[in-house]
Write a protein that binds this ligand. Sequence first.
Ligand code: ADP
Ligand code: ZN
Ligand code: MG
Length: 484
Amino acid sequence: MQFEPVIGLEIHVEMLTSSKMFCSCAVVDLPSAEPNSAVCPICAGHPGTLPVPNIKAIEYGYKVAAALGCTLATTSVFSRKNYFYPDLPKGYQITQYDEPIASNGKITLYTSQGYRDIRIRRVHLEEDTGKLTHATSANETYSLVDLNRAGVPLLEIVTEPDFHSAEEVRVYAEYLRALVRYLGVNSGDLEKGVMRIEPNISVRPVGQEELGTKVEIKNLNSFRILERGVDFEIKRHIALIESGGKVKQETVGWDEAKQETYSQRSKEDAHDYRYFPEPDIPPITVDREWLNGLYSSLPETPWEKAKRFVEQYQLQQQEAWQLAGDIDTCTFFEAVVKENPAVSIRTVFSWVTGELMALLSSRNASILNSPITAKGLADLLGTILDGTINHQTAKTLLVDMFDSGKTAKDIILAKNLGQVSDSTLINDLIATVLQENEPEVQSYQDGKVTVINFLFGQVMKKAQGKANPLVVRTELERQLNHGK
Ligand code: ADP
Ligand code: ZN
Ligand code: MG
């Protein structure tokens, strides 16, 4: 029997506002901030305190939803989701239940299998919980509670079960990460837990309408683990069903050491959250006009950019996404193109995604804090184009530019790097090399034409890499054939 995987995604994205969702505590960087340093009676869940919604978080949430093509609601309602857990001192989480800010969106993915439409079911706002750290010392286990994260604005984006492979799921998560960075509402630092992905996975016999029993993997914060986890569950479900077993509806976690999932809780112990409208917060209403304004002020989305790069610059899909997947990289790329339109798109693409990226990562730098500006790179590429230096010299120069902060032109002048295109000079070099290598010249003339590569190398060596390779090759061929 053939099986079809069916997957739906829930993604939690923290909103990068300056203050929390319902109080004025700062949103701090979780790994670096002193634990419990950004906490007040409201986010610590003291009774009798009054939550006040953060307008910026609401705006951010609507922006993301608009970019996902959702219908934006003018009224949304916060509810209480009741459950007990040590990271939730109030005993309930304030979230949106039956009246979220947005619903019914759509996003089109580009995967190795072509285009895929994914429907977005809903987008809602809520508050994050605190963070627990489980520790052991002197044979005792205990948990540390950090409430810095409690009350941080969180956006939850839920899809319909429209994915059919681990790749599609990974691509969607990548799109979403790129989007929230474009919109400036999230840092995209997955390893810090600012975006957490929960895939719901089931399989069904091909052709069957009814969905299979789903298993949810909790809290994944890496694309690699997301893809592996989904693949693992798909294979596990199929093997289970083929051996006569049944999938049990449950929530699982990912064991990185064992590269497998483990059961966390089954459906039987699922909570009944007893949602009810939050009595301390009236329904949130916004103007339709303000919402329409959000739509029209949206920047180009990552997938729109990727599509434009394919059409405008004739890049491959994969290449276009390499740029569009990161707002800083594509802004830089387009700035270089604009600075020096004479340089080919291919050249700019390969320098930005190749040489520059490699240099930045080797120096632990990012494109934003790099001393190499778009104009700097454009000028450097210009000096290759006009024959001042060759490709190889330009590579070394890029490193020099990074380290010294100087422009390509200044370094070329200071180090006398300009390449020799003067053909009398090159002619002399070639003549010398031909004299010094008579046997090779002979074998060239006897028909072993590949010997020209050796001779070419000798000339370039004599010129200390500064000779214009095109001029050398043309001149070398001319002299060899002339000597015939
Ligand atoms: P729950 O109440 O358990 O959270 P929901 O119906 O709200 O379940 O769906 C949560 C997510 O799981 C959604 O993204 C939805 O598309 C997906 N989903 C629901 N049922 C299935 C299924 N049988 N197989 C795969 N995904 C599913
Ligand atoms: Zn607070
Ligand atoms: Mg769920």
